[in-house]
Structures are given as C-alpha cells and as structure tokens.
Design a protein around this ligand. Structure first.
Ligand SMILES: Nc1ncnc2c1ncn2[C@@H]1O[C@H](COP(=O)(O)OP(=O)(O)O)[C@@H](O)[C@H]1O
Ligand SMILES: [Mg+2]
Length: 609
C-alpha cells in the first residue's frame, strides 16, 4: 500500500566495536603516530591545567581565611604586614591562574588547529582512495551494488569515520586522564571524604550506560522515520500528476500524516529520555554536594580541614561527571564510526576481477580481426548465456548482430571489450587472446557507442575530446566536419561551447548520439561496437545520422546491433543470435534468399516500419 521502504539495514545500531575495522584504522593511522601523539599530549596539558584550578582556589581561600584569623588576634602594628601578605598571596594565585589560562588558550589553539587539519587531511586521502578504487573495479562489481549504496559509503560513512580519526584519540585520552586524575587527587586530599562520595560513580556509570542505549535507539528510530518521510515526500512530488489523476490526494495525505505523527511521538520520546537522564545526573550532583558540604563543614569545625580544602573538594567532585559522560558518548561514536568503516572497507577490499596479466601485450595497433572460438559465458554460475559461440570477423568487416531481446548480443559485445571474461573458449583480436592484451591498449583501440549514451557535464567540445584527450580544438572540429556533425553542433545555442550533461542544455536524442559518434570517430578505434546506438533516435533523426554512421564504419571492423533495416542492410555479414547461439550467418541477400529465421525476422522488420 504505502510507500514505506524497509529500514535501511545500514542504519541499524551496531552492537559491538568492530575489531577488523579498528585494526585497519590503527594500521592506517600508524604512519601518523607522531602527529597523533603530539595532538594527544597537547590535550594532556589542557587537562592538567583544568585539574590545577581547584588547587588554586584552595590556596586563595585558605590564604584569606588564615589572614582573617591572624588579624583577629594580631597587634595593631602587625596588621598592615598581614594584610599585605594576604594580598601578595592572592596576587600570586591570580597571576598563576592568568598564566595557566593563557597557556591553555595557546595550547588549545594549536590542539584544534593540528587535530582538525590532520583529520581533514586523512579524510582527503581516504576519499581519494575510495574514488580511485571505484574506477578500478570491473563491471561485474557494479552489477552487484546499487549506486545509492556506493554513494552512501563514499559520503555519509566517510563522514562518520571522520569522527573516529579527528577528536576521538584526544577526547578518550582527556577523559581517562581526567577521571584518573580526579580520583587520585581526591584520594590524596581526603580519602575518607572520597569514600563518602564514591558510591555515585557506579550509579553514574549505570545511569549513563542506560541512557545511551535508550537515546541511541530513539535516535535510530528518528533517522529511520525521517528517511521514510523523505521518501514519501519525494515520491509525492515525483508522482504529483499521477496522484491527482487517480484522485489519491486524500489517501496520500493520510499516509503522510501517519508518518509525521510517528516522527512526532519518537521525537518527544527522545526529549523525555534526555530529560530523565538530566534529572538523574542532577540528583547525583546534589548527593555529592550535600555529602561534601556536611562532612567538610564538620571537619572544618573540628579543625581537621580548611575551608579551602572543602571548596577544592567540591570542585573536584563536580569533575567526576564529565569524563564518564564523555567516555560513554565516545564509545557510541566509535561504534558507529567503526561500523561505517566496515562498510567502506568492504568496498575497498573488493579486488577488480579483470586486471592486466603480467604477460599482457601492448600492441601498437590492431589489424582488427575478431575471433570467437567456442565461447561459453555466464554472468552467474549455472546460468549460461552464451553456448559455444564461434565466428570470425575479418579486419574492416561490418557485422550486424540481430536477434530477439535477451539473446546475448550485448553480452558478445562486452566480451570483445573484455568487460567480462569467458568461462570457456576465447575471444581473440588478431592473434591475441583479449585476456592477454593490456586493458588500456584494448580499450583505447576498441570503441563502443550504446543506446543510452553518457554525456559528461561540460561542453560539447569537452565531450567530443573525451575520445582523444590530446586532440586540439581544430582537430575536434575537423573530425566533426568529416563525420558530418559540424553543422548540427554549430546550430546549437553556443555551438561547441554549449553545456551538456546533467545540468546542461537538454539535447535531443539525435543530437546526443551525433556527439557520441563524433567522440568515437575522434578516438579512431580499430574495432567499433554500436550496440543499439540508433534505437532511441526516431526515424527522421536516424536519416540525419546515417551519413555519420557510414563515415564511422569505414576502415574499421564494426559490430552493429540494430533493429533497423537501414542499418542492417549495410553490413557485410549478418549473424543471427538466438538464445545464446548463432543460428544463421551470411550476407543479408543470401540469408534473405535462404528463407530461414532471418528472412522471417526481416518480414517482421518491414511490417513494423
Ligand atoms: N550484468 C548482467 N548480469 C546478469 N545477467 C545479465 C547481465 N546482463 C545481461 N544478462 C542476461 O544475459 C542475457 C542476455 O542479455 P543481453 O546480452 O543483454 O541480450 P541482448 O543484448 O541480445 O538483448 C539475458 O538473459 C540477460 O538477462
Ligand atoms: Mg542488448
């Protein structure tokens, strides 16, 4: 009924820290250990400064209290000296405080600068690594993966990883150091008082842990529900006309309102969870404060503690809370970062299936003979697509592949370019098995034009030049003249400088195809494959590109997959492909005369056109 996509499994809450991901991250970070160690030590300085502040407070308070007491019993003549001494002490404490504060600001400045620069630099490398890897992967990889998954891994998962490499090492160190430091200082100052405050620690840990679990679950739900809502809105916009045509507005509105009310409930719940946690923390703080004040005051009254000590102790007890909260937050963040890293690694660890063999040849050029020698092929094991296909195309021959959809024509074309590899038999160019030709050489000398041709964002000039990046503007224009696309390009709003592709001018199918033909022509491949290249072009436009097609197929071995007679006509030879086998083969006229499968298809063609 409603457009409710299943919750993205990639949004699920990870349960454990992924060890393989952690190991890999440490390996990647290893070369940078000095930089990280320096960043971490800056953090340690900052934490040490924080730990020193209550001590300063104590010195100041006790100084003033001591002076007040001394004044009460002092002779008139000594009073000025006592007040002066107290002032000196306060000035020294203030001076030390200002000094430490200044120092910590300078240290913080460098900590932030170094750490964030390092993290961005690391991420820059990672993104490059990921993108470069995507380019190395074979087409079979892209059969298995959805574009959305690969994009998410390169963007949102990368961002999640950033959290782990940027502040996590500093924050973990700071939190641990602060916690250990506070406990040590409190024990050293007054272990009895410490024991009185201590019980809050396990309660705090439990409370925080429970809060994290609940909050994370609530936030996961929020994300999932927001995802559904976004999908619903997107779908409603995309399908607005259909929705109105079928008078489905009320129904869609109801679906939308269900989704938003779910989101409302979950959002309110996240707020409540947080609220309860804050109250819990407040109670613990209250307990610690009351205990320290009561016991401390008692001690002061008995003369076993100074007011400054009690004040410092209060300040230290307050420092208990932050590191625990921070550690639990960091643990959570690390769970997510490492789970994200796991997904990135899964892509990075996929090896391209088709790579150059060590013995690969790099011929200067091809003659252009193409041989299929008992070729058997399957995409998925057990699902055979081509059965023992054999034929030979002479250099310069134009071969038409005809046959019903799903017969295996495109598959044959892919094998020539070695986008996939045969399981049995071989595909040869001249006398080389394509598996033994360097991929770069192979792809440079074989050209493919497909039905859905891809134009990159950029100008017409850029897109044509893609065929041979070293070509000058003059060569591009000369090539367009030769193939007969020059006039059509000149007629565009900005001629060769017209922007095409995603954000560019919308060109007609015929215009796009002309650009692709020119691109193929400029590349000047020895072997050219046109896989339904003219199918999306209407008959009128096809007449216009016929000339270009004739130019393009001259002087090279061509494979043309087409449903149009006009194109098939021109072939030297026709191969009829059915169900992964070549069932008929010969020149157009001969096959027609023979009155077999091709003749029957031909009659269908004529009726259709
Ligand atoms: N990437 C792929 N993965 C798995 N099966 C595929 C893939 N591409 C095509 N096939 C299957 O191979 C068979 C032949 O397809 P194809 O070569 O595209 O036929 P044609 O071009 O003659 O229409 C079809 O059954 C198709 O479903
Ligand atoms: Mg096809």
């Amino acid at each position: 009924m409603s457009p409710r996509p299943a919750v993205n499994p990639e949004h699920e809450q990870p349960k454990h820290l992924s060890r393989p991901a952690l190991k890999r991250l440490l390996v990647w970070l290893r070369p940078h250990r000095r930089a990280i160690a320096l960043n971490v030590s800056l953090t340690l300085v900052l934490t040490a400064v924080e730990l020193a502040v209550p001590q300063l407070l104590q010195t100041a308070i006790d100084g003033v209290v001591g002076a007040t007491k001394a004044l009460a019993v002092a002779a008139e003549t000594e009073k000025a000296a006592i007040v002066g001494g107290a002032w000196d002490r306060i000035l020294v404490v203030t001076g030390v405080f200002v000094g430490l504060f200044g120092l910590s600001q300078v240290v913080r400045f460098f900590e932030i600068r170094r750490t964030s620069t390092f993290a961005q630099w690391f991420m820059y490398q990672m993104r490059g690594k990921y993108f470069a890897h995507l380019h190395r992967l074979s087409p079979a990889f892209y059969d298995k993966w959805k574009a959305g998954q690969l994009i998410a891994r390169g963007t949102s998962d990368m961002d999640a990883l950033q959290d782990a490499v940027s502040w996590a090492p500093n924050h973990i160190t700071a939190a641990v150091f602060q916690l250990v430091g506070v406990v040590a200082v409190m024990l050293w100052k007054d272990w009895v008082l410490f024991l009185a405050v201590f019980p809050i620690l396990p309660v705090l840990v439990l409370l925080t842990r429970r809060f994290r679990v609940r909050a994370t679950e609530a936030w996961r739900q929020v994300r999932a529900q927001t995802g559904r809502l976004t999908a619903n809105v997107a779908e409603s916009i995309a399908g607005a006309r259909v929705i109105q045509a079928f008078a489905r507005e009320a129904k869609n509105m109801a679906i939308f309102s269900n989704l938003t009310s779910d989101l409302y409930t979950t959002r309110v719940e996240t707020q409540r969870v947080h609220n309860r946690y804050m109250i819990g923390i407040g109670c613990l703080r209250l307990y610690a404060t009351v205990v320290v004040i009561l016991m401390g005051s008692y001690r002061v009254s008995r003369g076993t503690a100074t007011p400054g000590e009690v004040a410092a102790f209060l300040a230290y007890a307050a420092m208990f809370f932050r590191p625990i909260d921070m550690l639990s937050h960091l643990y959570n963040q690390l769970l997510h970062s490492l789970a994200a890293l796991d997904r990135v690694i899964e892509v990075l660890d996929t090896e391209p299936q088709i790579v150059d063999r060590p013995s690969a040849v790099n011929p200067a050029d091809f003659q252009g003979a193409v041989t299929f020698d008992h070729v058997t092929f399957e995409y998925k094991e057990g699902d055979r697509i081509l059965h023992d296909v054999s034929f030979r195309a002479r250099p310069g021959e134009v071969i038409a592949l005809v046959g019903p959809t799903g017969a295996g024509k495109t598959t044959m074309c892919r094998l020539i370019s070695r986008f996939y590899e045969t399981q049995q038999g071989s595909v040869r160019i001249d006398d080389w098995d394509v598996k033994n030709i360097a991929l770069d050489a192979l792809h440079r000398r074989t050209g493919i034009v497909l039905q859905e041709n891809f134009l990159f964002s950029g100008t017409v000039m850029d897109n044509i030049r893609y065929g041979r990046p070293s070509a000058t503007d003059g060569e591009v224009i000369e090539c367009a003249r030769q193939i007969g696309s020059h006039r059509a390009v000149e007629a565009l709003p900005k001629g060769y400088q017209t922007e095409v592709g995603e954000r560019g001018e919308s060109l007609s199918a015929g215009q796009r195809q002309l650009i692709c033909f020119t691109r193929a022509m400029l590349a000047d491949p020895r072997i050219l494959i046109l896989d339904e290249a003219t199918s999306s072009v209407d008959t009128q436009a096809e007449l216009e590109i016929q000339d270009a097609l004739r130019q393009l197929t001259e002087r090279r071995t061509c494979f043309i997959v087409a449903h149009r007679l006009s194109t098939v006509h021109r072939a030297d030879r026709v191969l009829v492909v059915e169900d992964g086998r070549i069932t008929e083969e010969g020149p157009h006229a001969e096959l027609l005369a023979a009155g077999g499968r091709y003749a029957a298809m031909y009659k269908e063609f004529i009726r259709a056109e």
